[in-house]
Each structure stands twice: as C-alpha cells, then as structure tokens.
Design a protein. Structure first.
Length: 119
C-alpha cells in the first residue's frame, strides 16, 4: 500500500446540495429558505436577537490592562508553590523561610510570595 492509494471512505462522502439550480434539483427557487420573512433574506446579522439588546451590548465593558480584564492585570500576583509533604526534608523545629526554600532548591526563585499546598 502506498500513500497515493489512500482515499476517503466512499460511504461517508456526502455530496453537497446545489441550491438554486431549478425545480428539478429539489432546492430551486427559494433554495430551502422558505417563503417570505426575515430569515429568508440575507441582511440579518448573526448577533441579531429580534430587537432585544444583544448580548455583546448587555455585558459590561472591560477595557485595557486592569486586574479585572481577562485576569491579565497589572496587579496579578504569581506565587511559588510548595507542597506540605516536601517540607518533611527539614528537621523538626526549623523555621522555614522563603530564603531557606530557595537555598534548599524547593523553589527556583521568589516571586510575589510562597503558597503552601496541602498535598
């Protein structure tokens, strides 16, 4: 078998409807759009909601780089993450500080702080 022999499954290939090609084609004249009305015409925009205020106008505007806009804000904090189980390498009674975590290699660098997760 060669790559040129590979063809799509003939049973799954569906021929497209040729609309507007006469009565004998079955989709002539109105091309499957029905008779009169707004949906028969082409000028209706995709976001049109029948005169109701559209969704994109009902939602509040979030513009620019703020902390609320898409969570890419200028005030977002990134934390270094440490699991509780990883703290077992220290002796009992040792005061664990962020600098000690960097020196021991548990975290690569200090960001805006350290979060200790309970895994």
């Amino acid at each position: 078998m060669k790559l040129t022999d590979v063809k799509p499954n003939e049973a799954r290939m569906k021929t497209r409807k040729r609309k507007g090609r006469g009565h004998a084609a079955g989709q002539g004249k109105t091309s499957g759009r029905g008779q009169k009305g707004q949906k028969q015409r082409t000028s209706i925009p995709p976001a049109f909601e029948g005169g109701q205020n559209p969704l994109y106008r009902r939602l509040p505007k979030l513009r620019g780089q703020t902390n609320r806009a898409h969570n890419i804000g200028i005030f977002r904090k990134e934390y270094s993450i440490v699991n509780v189980e990883q703290l077992n390498r220290f002796r009992k009674g040792t005061t664990v500080t962020p600098q000690l975590l960097v020196e021991s290699g548990l975290i690569s660098k200090l960001r805006d702080g350290v979060k200790i997760l309970g895994d």
